[in-house]
Design a protein around this ligand. Structure first.
Ligand code: URA
Length: 185
């Protein structure tokens, strides 16, 4: 995992490397049962080299605590590992350039559950779903279980989504209990 993080830190596969302060490969346990995928680092993450340390991160921490998950025992990463300037959305070529790193993180960690936060992470696993329709519904495909959720930032912008996001998060412990009881495939 450390070797992979070092490789990601040296990456120059797309233009995002030019303006980054720090690469944000991801953080948490290499033995995590749950892996969370956000969109991309913001300004504070770019400074710290760590995912979800800004306002969205505070909300994510609250949501994790609310369902009894410890940040150190899960793994948190992003679709793109470098900050898109001005917090713009990552471009298709940038997402594509970074995709292999996420695949390798998944291979190393082999989490029971992958939780996607927001549209960009969801689109890596679901080809034509709308987040407003499929959030909170686990999907079993190719031996992987994914749970598409709204991005915490969406709940910061639209307060009406906060209870939806909390309710969706509450599905995680029950899903995990269920997945731990199943024989792995
Ligand atoms: N938003 C994200 O999607 N990822 C981060 O790391 C921080 C904010």
């Amino acid at each position: 995992m450390q070797a992979l993080a070092a490789e990601i830190e040296a990456c120059r596969r797309c233009e995002l490397h030019a303006e980054r302060l720090k690469v944000v490969p991801g953080a948490g346990s290499a033995e995590a049962d749950v892996l969370f995928i956000g969109e991309g680092p913001g300004a504070q993450e770019d400074e710290a080299g760590l995912p979800f340390v800004g306002r969205s991160g505070q909300l994510l921490d609250e949501l994790l605590q609310g369902v009894g998950l410890d940040r150190d025992k899960v793994f948190i990463t992003n679709v793109v590992k470098c900050r898109p300037p001005g917090n713009r959305a990552p471009r298709v070529d940038e997402v594509r350039a970074c995709r292999e790193y996420l695949s390798r993180q998944l291979e190393v960690i082999r989490p029971l559950l992958v939780v996607t936060l927001g549209r960009f992470a969801m689109e890596l696993f679901v080809s034509n779903g709308r987040i407003s329709e499929i959030h909170g519904q686990p999907r079993h495909r190719d031996g992987m279980v994914t749970l598409p959720l709204y991005h915490p930032a969406a709940a910061l912008y639209r307060r009406s989504l906060q209870s939806v996001v909390r309710e969706d998060f509450e599905r995680i412990p029950e899903l995990l209990t269920d997945l731990k009881q199943r024989p792995s495939t």
